[in-house]
Design a protein around this ligand. Sequence first.
Ligand SMILES: *[C@@H]1O[C@H](CO)[C@@H](O)[C@H](O)[C@H]1NC(C)=O
Ligand SMILES: *[C@@H]1O[C@H](CO)[C@@H](O)[C@H](O)[C@H]1NC(C)=O
Ligand SMILES: *[C@@H]1O[C@H](CO)[C@@H](O)[C@H](O)[C@H]1NC(C)=O
Length: 840
Amino acid sequence: MRVPKVLGLLALACFSAGSLHPRNHETHDYYAIHLKPDIPPQEVASALGLCYEGKLGELPDHHTFSTPRTQGHRAEDKLQDLRRRRLKRDISEASILDGILWSQKQKTKPRMEKRSVLPPPPIRQGPPADDKAAPAPGVPVVTVPVADADAVAERANVARELSIEDPIFNEQWHLFNTMQLGHDINVTGVWQQGITGEGATAVMVDDGIDMYSEDLKDNYFAKGSYDFNDNNPEPKPRLADDRHGTRCAGEIAAVKNGVCGVGVAYNARIGGLRILSKIITDEDEAHAMNYAFQDNQIYSCSWGPPDDGRSMDAPGLLIRKAMVNAVQNGRQGKGNIYVFAAGNGRGSGDNCNFDGYTNSIYTITVGGIDRKGKQTYYSEHCSAQLVVTYSSGSGDAIHTTDVGVNQCYSNHGGTSAAAPLGAGIFALALSARPELTWRDLQHILVLTGVPINEDEDWDTTYIGRKFSHAYGYGKLDAYAVVEMAKSIDLLKPQAWYKSPWLHVNHTIPQGTDGLLSTFEVTEDQLKTANLESVEHVTVTMNIQHTRRGDLSVELRSPTGVVSHLSVTRKLDDANAGYVDWTFMSVAHWGESGIGKWSVVVKDTNVNEHNGTFTDWRLTLWGECTDPTDQPLFPMPTEHDDDDHTVISASPTLVSVKPGPAETATELPALPTDHQDRPIKPKPTTPQQTATAATSGSALPDSPPEEDETDTHFLPHYFPTFGVSKRTQIWIYGALAIIVLFCTGLGVYFYIQRRKRRRSEREDYEFEMIEDEDAMLSGNGAASGRKKGRRAGELYDAFAGESDEEQLLSESEKNEEEYRDDGPAVGEAGRGRSQSREVEK
Ligand SMILES: *[C@@H]1O[C@H](CO)[C@@H](O)[C@H](O)[C@H]1NC(C)=O
Ligand SMILES: *[C@@H]1O[C@H](CO)[C@@H](O)[C@H](O)[C@H]1NC(C)=O
Ligand SMILES: *[C@@H]1O[C@H](CO)[C@@H](O)[C@H](O)[C@H]1NC(C)=O
């Protein structure tokens, strides 16, 4: 490939920095580019006048390039020039364009929020020191439980037997609770077998960890650690509030050594990846999420998009690629374990299905309960939550390590503190059984979660496990997890079945009626998909609505298990609806998947805000039938959710008859401390059966009622179809079939037109964008479909659809657009990132 000499020199001049990941988002722009394997990245750098920064983490054939801001749009100009030449068939120089499969200009992303609870003060400093403690002045006696003498003695025996001399071990009630017996992670029996995390490695993806703390030093894993914020091999806390990562790390693997307390897996190695202390880009985060992924087995993440009851944000494409890469190639192919804090937004009416990290099938979402085993005011509910474990509330918090040589902390809380306890337990499981895959571990949690507060809202799943949207499959029991880890049969590889896009295009009725759309999965389809048994279920959907928070969505499986994929959010005023948003449920684990799956979309708030249910698509993920014939899931692309898959013409639409009126939600008030919230006993839910669902007889709904104030999802019923109703249904049914046929035709033409329009629009935008810096300074917070597409857009024009490509016929385009290995159509914001809706 001929490269102009001047540009070659410019490119060479860039190679100066010695450190692994030199990034300066104030002075430079960065580009992530996916190249064909045989294209040397240096040639691309030369051709475009960019600096080559190196491979993009562990992502195959992905590279990072940079250019100083001062050089303005030189690369873009060069690109324009190349495209012009290609048009003129000056192929030799322009051929570099063909080596670029995908590219994305990096924009700085809104900072992820740490999920510790604010305001944090508990009622008292630490728990009453065991049996002999007198209640602190001013604290009502009733709130101070009395330690059980036998339990205290037993704990002392365990400590003696294991030589635990750490001074705050007795405060670490989450490890051994002597007051609320049974309300701990039940770990001492695991330690007594000699399983203490040896051989396991976890890493805190956070604001750094204090590797010089006496409580962490001996377990610190330098090789798996890096500071992505300050480009330093040591992810030390550097800012005043860089304490979160250290506290979380102590929960996982604080050393058993006479300093502070012990971690759940006190002989595991613990590393740190510092990403939360400065502005970063998707490229940095993707790099971090794959960092040393053969050695870092578990990535513990106690952060996410804001839990404000308004945000709806998912990881960008590069990060999603990194996560798929990790589960397929990390940990010698067994897959890395991502642990995420469920989120602290319950008080704001938030739900972890509005967070694309916690609702990813690749993450284990862990919620928090308090030392009495009660629900907390902060821990979010959702159908994607697998388990819960202990954290702050009921006047106490988690006692752990702090930043400093010998500093302890007694007030660690929020779901931030729950997730690392999960990570510690998973480290024990991997220590006992290193060959567990990422899915085996999730499977173990489905089977070992311990239901709590069973008078609340629990359903029985198809395989007879209890599931609750508040607690997932229940609380973690370290002993049960490790015992099952030792003996469980490993799962066969993952298979999946994707339904076609199901076009509904129907106004959503307001009030208590819902819009029901059904898709039937056949045995043949699953046979073709090589799918034997369902694990995760995802539903990707598009709904237009002028007030997103008014919407709720439930998913009903063929066996009658109900997942509340989405709930109304009082604070979510976004005029946005859902745009290619993917919800997830773990409640259908173990179902066959065969039969009718329905979604019910509701708009319970009768007001001037209304909307249309556009379309949805069901994906079943699970264990394959024939392991010899199962490929890996393809890397995500920008076009996974585009409308070009087969379009089904026959979703059925039924109006759901109202049950008891759904009243306006009163959100739980935000307490100023961790005082208990009374929990109202829930009515027992009648068993739901498949026959009830398909016969159209009364089907009780079992919503995730949260507490006494949250009557939001009171039961309602499917149509009882009394005789007169039945007649109506016949009429509506016949009409629906006619309308659907016409709609089918309409959809086809509409899609064709939309495709043409989209490509026209892109070229238009490409020409119009002048000021890229404006996008960068806009920090990417607001986007929406248009904006999301514009941001980082220009560089996608590398892979962009040139005029030449537009000459391709529609069918050629269709085939090419959906592969990462064909010329991609430049649409940076398509897919998940566009779901960053404008918030008001
Ligand atoms: C807790 O651990 C003990 C052994 O230490 C075990 O006997 C018990 O069954 C465990 N609890 C649960 C719920 O598995
Ligand atoms: C939605 O609401 C607007 C304003 O109230 C109204 O004009 C419009 O007809 C409604 N659309 C539907 C489909 O109900
Ligand atoms: C959706 O329905 C409306 C009428 O309700 C119709 O005008 C429109 O063409 C339909 N869109 C598609 C894509 O079918």
